[in-house]
Design a protein around this ligand. Structure first.
Ligand code: NGQ
Ligand code: ZN
Length: 454
């Protein structure tokens, strides 16, 4: 039994003072008391899940910022990214993921949904254990203490309608049977660990067919709470190609062919008609938005105001990891809407309400849902996944309650995250992780090796 006792906490009922939280030995919250004297400084928040990550891309942040030609685009970036990942082996992936996960923890994420599609060796041949690469990201999460939802990715084709994969995509490709072996292996490795969830992903409607992903879903026995993620409608070219191929837009096609429910998370549901926006909101699925990557790749703007008005669920991810900060994602998300609507406080949720608070509440709860995890609220029975803000930090002193969230999110890039708890264990203590030097050293030497190989 472990106890936390802080001056303020954001509970489901709202802000509370002098809050004492008891955490049972299994890492879940067993008791909450308020108004108890003797609390220490600090503000306790439920932890935020990062619902979309491709860990390997952290190692190339900043290396795709030169214009190729006047048509430089998402698709030329993708070619650069494929070239970069070519040399990454299991040991490199472990080191890169560990560094990433350390950074995510330090900025206030308590969980990551790892959308892992880098399965095989460079020539497409399988590792001795077909799940090797995903097991490396799982191991990196465990070694850093970050909670993880493993999303091994089904990727079989190179374009809509079952086109063959390209040479650069050989590392990703599996038929349903091979893919299911990876899922099985991850399930085995993660079971009995309450910080680990195993879900699945279809890379995109470009990379699977209705039949192949249908086969995967049919073969899985326990799908009731299975997180299912997919990249859906990120680029207008993707929407146009989908219409040319099927006569339908991607979101429309997905809903016509799959039973999309609250287990699903639609990554980059960027380009939707009003009708699609309402359909997604009504289905209970989570829209997974990655505002910094979507900005970096020139994707377009998600119709957030209409979606939220319709009761839609959403969460945030850092995807290509050109940022590892939840506040930067939330800030960009709001600013995108302000720029589109030429107005302010678009996502505050009502008159005189705090935008930071509303964004935080929405993303914490949507993130936990998308990750299929029992967290996202400071409540008895939930996982003890928390962030403690340093309320003596210059940015946060003289701030109270919702002002703390507004100032954390809308005051730049200083980091007032003091402590981070995952499953009741303090993994960031006063801004530091016990193994940070070693993790950074391994990352540095991995980058050096990759630079020499490329
Ligand atoms: C990915 N990333 O799989 O890493 C994708 C790009 C694709 C983003 N969509 C590749 N941000 O969609 O084919
Ligand atoms: Zn992605």
């Amino acid at each position: 039994m472990n106890t936390l006792h802080l001056k303020s906490a954001l509970l489901p009922s709202g802000w509370a003072r002098d809050v004492q939280i008891s955490i049972a030995d299994d890492g879940n919250i067993s008791d909450i008391k308020t108004g108890i004297a003797g609390a220490t400084e600090g503000c306790l928040l439920p932890g935020m899940a990062n619902l979309h990550s491709h860990a390997h891309q952290r190692a190339m942040a900043g290396l795709a910022e030169r214009a190729g030609d006047s048509n430089d685009s998402f698709w030329t970036w993708r070619t650069t990214m494929y070239g970069f990942l070519d040399a990454i082996d299991p040991g490199h992936l472990n080191a890169i993921a560990a560094q990433l996960y350390l950074e995510l923890l330090k900025s206030g994420y308590t969980r990551v949904a790892e959308f892992q599609y880098l399965h095989h060796q460079t020539d497409g041949s399988h590792h001795e254990n077909i799940a090797e690469m995903s097991l490396q990201t799982l191991e990196a999460a465990r070694s850093t203490g970050l909670g993880i939802t493993n999303l091994p990715v089904h990727y079989q084709f190179g374009g809509f309608g079952g086109q063959p994969i390209s040479d650069q995509q050989r590392r990703f490709a599996n038929n349903p049977e091979q893919f299911l072996a990876i899922v099985e292996s991850l399930e085995q490795a993660g079971k009995q660990d309450q910080n680990v969830v195993t879900g699945i992903a279809a890379h995109s409607l470009r990379a699977v067919t209705t039949q192949s992903f249908g086969e995967v879903l049919a073969a899985l026995s326990n799908t009731e709470a299975l997180p299912i993620h997919i990249h859906i409608a990120e680029q207008t070219k993707e929407v146009d190609d989908c219409i040319t191929w099927s006569g339908s837009r991607p979101v429309e096609y997905l809903y016509q062919n799959f039973d999309v429910n609250k287990n699903w998370c639609l990554i980059h549901a960027t380009h939707m008609t009003e009708g699609e926006t309402i359909d997604v909101a009504r289905s209970g699925a989570v829209a997974g938005l990655c505002p910094t990557t979507e900005g970096n790749l020139g994707d377009g703007f998600f119709n957030a105001t209409q979606y939220i008005e319709a009761g839609g669920k959403l969460g945030i991810g850092s995807d290509s990891h050109i940022s590892t900060s939840p506040t930067e994602e939330l800030r960009w998300f709001e600013y995108g809407q302000r720029l589109v609507h030429r107005s302010r406080n678009q996502l505050s949720g009502g008159f005189n309400r705090s935008t930071g608070r509303n964004l935080f509440d929405i993303a914490v709860s949507g993130g936990a849902q998308a990750c299929g995890h029992n967290s996202g609220a400071i409540e008895v029975g939930k996982r003890a996944d928390f962030v403690v803000l340093d309320t003596e930090h210059p940015l946060l002193c003289e701030r109270q309650e919702d002002e703390l969230l507004d100032s954390w999110i809308f005051s730049g890039n200083e980091n007032p995250v003091r402590d981070v708890y995952v499953g009741g264990k303090r993994v960031i203590d006063n801004g530091h992780h016990a193994n940070e030097d070693k993790i950074q050293q391994q990352f540095r030497s991995t980058l050096k090796t990759l630079r020499t190989i490329r």
